[in-house]
Write a protein that binds this ligand. Structure first.
Ligand SMILES: Cc1ncc(COP(=O)(O)O)c(C=O)c1O
Length: 327
């Protein structure tokens, strides 16, 4: 019987979910005073659950550094009056605002950031000082790619589908003292306390992705943990960024101080040439290089599982393309 058909209340599945949680705690170094929840609804559902559960004073600070943090900010507006505490999209180059560019409200219920901006190609290169206001981090596209000091955050969350498991699982890691009683009107499945009480099994959890997460964590352990993942990811990203630094055709539109290791964004400055590149690359067996439709350009997403050989093959093709098209 496979994990997809067995009862989630069975002893076998109980071992799987407990092992997955124990491995996640060990690999990420999650302190004991944090709950780990296995939820559904994607990271997008967290955009609503967070203000429903935690914006009880009516306001929170959102740093808008990409499409996803903007969506989180917009969703929070349904539940109160969140404020934009900073922006990383208002210049030609995508960037991460410095501490002194943030306008933080000491009375905010929390500060929300998105650590790795999947579409813009930036990543926070520092942890903002929120002066004691709880910090929430959307780590959907960088979780498990490098070590993280969980204790800096009141909450971390991530959709599983980049570095953890297939879509269908969302992981939330919440510090005990941040959990609050919520109004009875909050729907059952959107209430973190109910999910904590039910140990992620108030209803049927996403059993298959949880099983895969357990296996992925075993793979990461075998590689040497998150320090080793970081080293691998830095090596992979350097192949691309080093080439971009010397290329006369391709450039990146990202402030390199805060460049993403997972999503490398670049372009030729000519939308037609970008499209031709994406098509030729796809014909050569390298699909999915078109930038997100909202920003255009090109993007190589090189998550944990993507091999360095793939990045090298891409750069080799970029060199050939450059030789043909550089002026
Ligand atoms: C950083 C980030 N946050 C949120 C989301 C939305 O995730 P989901 O599709 O699981 O709702 C994504 C999706 O790519 C993402 O990259």
């Amino acid at each position: 019987m496979s994990v997809m058909e067995m009862s989630h209340r069975s002893k076998v599945f109980d071992d799987i979910i407990k092992t997955a949680e124990a491995k996640l705690r060990s690999v990420m170094g999650i302190p004991e005073n944090y709950k780990v929840l296995f939820l559904q609804g994607g990271a997008t559902q967290q955009f609503a659950m967070i203000p429903m559960n935690f914006m009880q004073g009516g306001t929170a600070d959102y740093v808008v550094t990409g499409t996803w943090s903007k969506k989180a900010y917009q969703e929070a507006q349904k539940f109160g009056e969140p404020k934009e505490a900073g922006n990383g999209l208002d210049r030609d180059e995508a960037y991460i605002p410095r501490q002194d560019e943030l306008t933080l409200n000491p009375d905010a219920d929390y500060v929300h950031i998105c650590e790795n901006n999947t579409i813009a190609g930036t990543k926070w290169d520092y942890t903002p000082d929120t002066n004691g206001v709880p910090l929430i981090n959307d780590m959907s596209s960088c979780i498990l790619s490098e070590p993280v000091d969980v204790s800096k955050y009141a909450m971390i969350y991530a959709g599983a589908q980049k570095n953890m498991a297939p879509a269908g699982l969302t992981v939330a890691i919440i510090r005990d003292d941040f959990l609050k009683e919520v109004p009875a009107s909050v729907p059952t499945m959107l209430n973190y306390n109910i999910q904590v009480k039910g140990e992620s099994m108030h209803n049927t959890p996403p059993c298959w992705p949880i099983y895969v997460l357990m296996e992925v964590l075993t793979w990461i352990e075998g590689k040497g943990g998150l320090e080793a993942m970081k080293k691998l990811n830095e090596e992979k990203a350097a192949v691309l960024y080093d080439y971009l630094a010397e290329s006369t055709l391709f450039k990146t539109q990202v402030d390199l101080k805060s460049k993403s290791l997972m999503n490398v964004c670049f372009n030729t400055g000519d939308a037609e040439l970008d499209a031709a590149f994406a098509k030729e690359a796809a014909d050569k067996g390298m699909p999915n290089l078109k930038g997100h439709r909202s920003v255009g350009g090109l993007r190589a997403s090189i998550y944990n599982a993507f091999p360095i050989e793939g990045v090298e093959a891409l750069v080799e093709f970029m060199r050939e393309f450059e030789a043909k098209h550089a002026k």
